[in-house]
Ligand binder design. Structure first.
Ligand code: TEU
Length: 559
């Protein structure tokens, strides 16, 4: 079996804009991250993934990069970054950068050149096309609403943008584009960074001729990526990237791959493929989406059998062939305790631990998103103007104002459930003003829950979610079966309990979780096994067959 450090690692994701502000401009910064390296280390994570910190006009919070070799002014300077990297390495923490190369900012030098005239050497770095019957060149939609094409009167052509119009797509079929991207990667790797999370990396190869999407009319805004995902040359490009760059460094890589199925993931991450090490898949994130054509905008609850089916399929299909990433949360997803758990005062801590345990004992590399380790919850702003995320704001305008598909109140309920800003409110450090995030005015309001839910409180409470996550990370470093064991699901149709087993040689784990707020009775054979012992639980004692609200347990035995 393949064994690599990045399989054994735990990744902690930092959204720099909302982590810690040190200069009181209301925006988090690199110095703020430096202050909290010990916090991350003490939790037991080994790698920090930083969301984009490059120079950017911030149309999409840094996912629109103006200069790949410079730092966003609000976040600090290159000297601050070098210091952060050095300090992290001294503490044994690795740093993983976000690599956003499906598109750039329209303020990137490459695009500024490209739009000047048709003869410019950078023209072909992007997709420029003539109008078709005085309209857009094809029917592709932007993932953030509207057409994926923007007309530029200067040269009377359109350019392609799968995301906002300030995020033009790079043309990876142009070999110079690829060499320039590899140059950027080498620049950061030679500085000593330890890997990349690659933004929508499976969108980089567009179909030749950019054909119309046959389902464009039926599909929702959120399906806009389906037609461009996993394109014909994507594996050629990733292998070239691996051969020319990644293979020369010992790094962690994870590709963000919306629309990837397990078969695709095996191609991207297969141990013998030399492309990427793991991908972020989206199937479990789509289970509570709208059934009425509104994409992610819904208040649906996830069905437990469906969640089991998706999680288990990824576990078993990739086993022995490729490697999973494990995540419930990131900067694009609502808070998991509010989404799949129960964020009421009574059950928040229990259900946050339950969800953590369920995920972290599966096979794969776990990712913890800032605040998840203290059970941070969704935010419910009453006023649409308090939201900052362009996806949320565009959807509100399109669905409520333009198309009048739902009322404003209904849309606000969807936003409370699904908006990306649920994840982006400032990190809650303590109960002082602005949760200890800033002494200035935060760029987005703090979640009012901060008085009850914050790091300072968690560190003073031995029963906090924080110490539970810490314990899980400790166990991971002690038991090989947690990292490498195979997986089998029990009782796929049980819609209250989620139970599974892991096995590696003689080592066995049995995991059971109660997804409800009432007591359920279940008998498992592990209870009769003299050799089994409880490794971890979110209750103080073990009633075996009686599973209390959101109870979660792991047993270990050898055989
Ligand atoms: O996300 C791609 C992506 O799949 C999202 O746009 C997703 O559809 C949406 O967030 C669901 O709410 C990546 C980044 O993670 C995201 O923050 C960026 O906005 C996007 O790419 C463009 O770079």
């Amino acid at each position: 079996m393949q064994k690599n450090w990045w399989q054994e690692a735990v990744v902690y994701q930092v959204y720099p804009r909302s982590f810690q502000d040190t200069d009181n401009d209301g925006i988090g910064d690199l110095k703020g991250i430096l202050q909290h390296l010990d916090y991350v280390k003490n939790l037991g994570a080994n790698v920090i993934w930083l969301n984009p910190i490059y120079k950017s006009p911030n149309d999409d919070n840094g996912y629109d990069i103006a200069d790949y070799r410079d730092i966003m002014q609000e976040f600090g300077t290159m000297a601050d970054f070098d210091k952060l990297l050095e300090a992290a390495h001294e503490k044994g923490l690795k740093i993983m950068m976000d690599l956003v190369v499906n598109h750039t900012s329209d303020e990137n030098h490459w695009f500024a050149e490209s739009r000047k005239n048709k003869e410019n050497k950078y023209r072909d770095y992007y997709f420029w096309r003539d109008p078709k019957n005085s309209r857009e060149p094809n029917n592709w939609k932007s993932n953030f609403g509207g057409s994926a094409w923007q007309y530029d009167p200067k040269t009377e052509q359109y350019y392609l943008h799968i995301f906002s119009k300030k995020q033009p797509d790079l043309n990876w079929d142009n070999a110079d584009v690829r060499q320039d991207v590899y140059g950027v990667m080498k620049f950061w790797l030679d500085k000593g960074v330890d890997g990349f999370r690659m933004d929508v990396i499976n969108l980089i190869s567009k179909q030749p001729g950019l054909p119309d999407d046959p389902n464009a009319d039926k599909s929702t805004v959120e399906d806009a990526m389906g037609w461009v995902a996993n394109g014909p040359k994507v594996h050629d490009y990733l292998r070239e990237m691996n051969q020319q760059v990644l293979s020369k460094y010992d790094v962690i890589t994870v590709g963000e791959t919306p629309e990837a199925k397990t078969e695709d993931a095996i191609k991207y991450t297969g141990f013998d493929r030399h492309e990427l090490e793991m991908v972020f898949q989206f199937e479990h994130m789509g289970l509570d989406w709208s059934k009425n054509g509104l994409g992610k905008w819904s208040t649906n609850k996830v069905s437990l059998p469906e969640l089991k089916e998706v999680m288990s399929r990824w576990q078993t299909k990739l086993n022995g062939k490729a490697w999973n990433s494990l995540y419930w949360n990131n900067h694009d997803q609502p808070r998991v305790v509010s989404r799949f758990g129960n964020d009421s005062e009574q059950y928040r801590v229990l259900s946050a631990k339950m969800l953590g345990l369920l995920l972290h004992f599966m096979q794969g590399t776990p990712y913890i998103y800032q605040g998840e380790e203290i059970g941070m919850t969704n935010v419910h702003f009453d006023n649409i103007d308090d939201y900052k995320d362009l996806e949320t704001l565009n959807a509100y305008h399109e669905i409520v104002q333009d198309k009048k598909q739902v009322t404003s109140d209904q849309m606000m309920a969807y936003i409370h459930h699904s908006s990306r800003d649920n994840a982006r409110t400032p990190m809650q450090w303590d109960a002082t003003k602005n949760a200890g995030f800033t002494d200035g005015t935060p760029w987005i309001k703090v979640n009012p829950a901060y008085k009850q839910i914050n790091v300072s409180k968690a560190l003073n409470d031995p029963n906090s979610v924080y110490y539970f996550y810490k314990k899980m990370n400790e166990l991971r470093s002690q038991y090989d079966v947690i990292v490498y064991g195979n997986y089998s699901l029990l009782d796929p149709k049980d819609n209250e309990a989620f139970a599974y087993e892991r096995q590696l040689d003689q080592q066995h784990l049995f995991i059971v979780t109660n997804f409800t707020s009432h007591v359920i009775k279940r008998n498992y054979k592990v209870y009769n096994d003299q050799k089994s012992r409880l490794l971890l639980s979110n209750y103080d004692d073990d009633l075996k067959r009686d599973l209390r609200p959101y109870e979660a347990k792991v047993y270990y035995y050898e055989e």
